[in-house]
Design a protein around this ligand. Structure first.
Ligand code: GLY
Length: 376
């Protein structure tokens, strides 16, 4: 029996939109899209892997609702979030004569969502975008909230815009085809929501996380819905990331430094970096006296139980990395504000995160260096 999707609303006044979450949402895409389109024509941007697995079902659904479409298939990988690929994509969209009243669909993971959202925000001074995330990470985080971005040699996501989608379609059945490593990496962002302000959800994850990772449909849907509800609430309160939205960056200041050090190669996925980053945020919180060590132990145990890394030293090739080098990467992070002070999301315990720029760099270096031979 097919159940109807859950609907989560992102309340942003006249830019409000809905997230439809459930198995087989892709097959309903045409009927869900039709009411939000200004005219029944879309450009679908995807990547080679997703095109092979999901594009036929998606466009069949567009066909059944008489929505005409063009599709653009990009290569797979983080390197696609670049000026070079942005230019190629914009050129292709112009060649297809995509108009202001058409819409662009991002069908894929975070890379496709971020790049396509950015292209939509600047093409003809802004075209509607629909996010159709196909990875756990993009369903629970990057497809919601309107952040778009590309990477540069100076760091990740340093160039981008806020461009809210008109609709998000999160088909939880497509997650069954994800490689297990990607599922685990996406799971790190699910854990993040429990750690920010929902201790009950964290406790639910401690009991049910293995079901989410193994692809149990009911558990996965509950995890995606709860994550999207949390993100929607935080984004509605601070869309432009001037205040409380920074809580969503729990673990990310550390994570971006680790990712910069591996130059965004596949040996460390974003979610894996966030997993280590969240443990580091709790270690720093303990070191500074905000958080009890028992809470840190619980976080570390759950992340390890999820098959995610918890230490910097466990990243392949990090044997001779110095903590000071990682601190330098952090300084480039876009969350550096107020005369170069680093901003961190720290915690007073599970579900009690807070934002602060009042952290001495020695403490950060000490936490980063734990277990690294180069800091001994
Ligand atoms: N992923 C962080 C944010 O959307 O603000």
């Amino acid at each position: 029996m097919q159940t109807s999707p859950d609907v989560v609303e992102v309340a942003l006044g006249d830019r409000s939109y809905r997230i439809h979450i459930g198995a087989n949402v892709l097959e309903m895409a045409g009927q869900l899209l039709a009411p939000v389109l200004r005219q029944k024509r879309v450009a679908v941007v995807t990547d080679e892997n997703v095109a092979a697995r999901h594009l036929p079902a998606f466009v069949a659904s567009l066909d059944s609702s008489s929505i005409s479409y063009e599709s653009i298939t990009l290569p797979v990988g983080e390197h696609v979030k670049s000026f070079e690929h942005l230019e190629t994509l914009l050129d292709h969209l112009l060649e297809l004569e995509i108009e202001r009243d058409d819409a662009i669909v991002a069908l894929g993971g975070g890379v496709i969502g971020d790049l396509t959202g950015f292209a939509a925000s600047i093409l003809r001074r802004g075209i509607d975008v629909i996010q159709v995330p196909t990875t756990l990470l993009s369903q629970v985080d990057s497809s919601v909230g309107g952040k778009t971005a590309i990477n540069t040699r100076w760091g990740k996501n340093l160039i981008g815009t806020f461009h809210q989608p008109k609709l998000v379609l999160a088909d939880t059945a497509v997650l069954e085809t994800l490689p297990e490593r990607d599922t685990r990496a996406g799971y790190a962002e699910v854990v993040k929501y429990g750690l920010i302000d929902q201790p009950d959800f964290f406790a639910w994850l401690e009991a049910n996380g293995a079901r989410v990772i193994s692809g149990d449909a009911e558990a996965t849907r509950h995890a995606v819905v709860t994550s999207c509800r949390t993100k929607a609430r935080i984004v509605s309160a601070d869309e432009r990331d001037t205040d409380t939205r920074a809580l969503l960056n729990l673990g990310h200041t550390f994570a971006h430094a680790l990712e910069a050090e591996v130059a965004y190669e596949g040996r460390l996925l974003h979610g894996e970096a966030v997993a280590i980053g969240m443990v580091k945020a709790f270690e720093l919180s303990c070191r500074l006296g905000f958080c009890a060590v028992q809470e840190l132990a619980r976080v570390r145990r759950h992340i390890a139980d999820a098959g995610l890394p918890t230490t910097v030293a466990s990243i392949p090739g990090f044997d001779d990395v110095r903590p000071e080098t990682l601190l330098e990467h952090m300084r480039q992070d876009k969350k550096v504000r107020g005369g170069g002070r680093l901003t961190f999301v720290l915690s007073e315990g599970i579900g009690q995160a807070f934002v602060t720029s009042d952290v001495e760099e020695e403490a950060v270096v000490a936490v980063l260096g734990e277990g690294l031979p180069a800091s001994a």
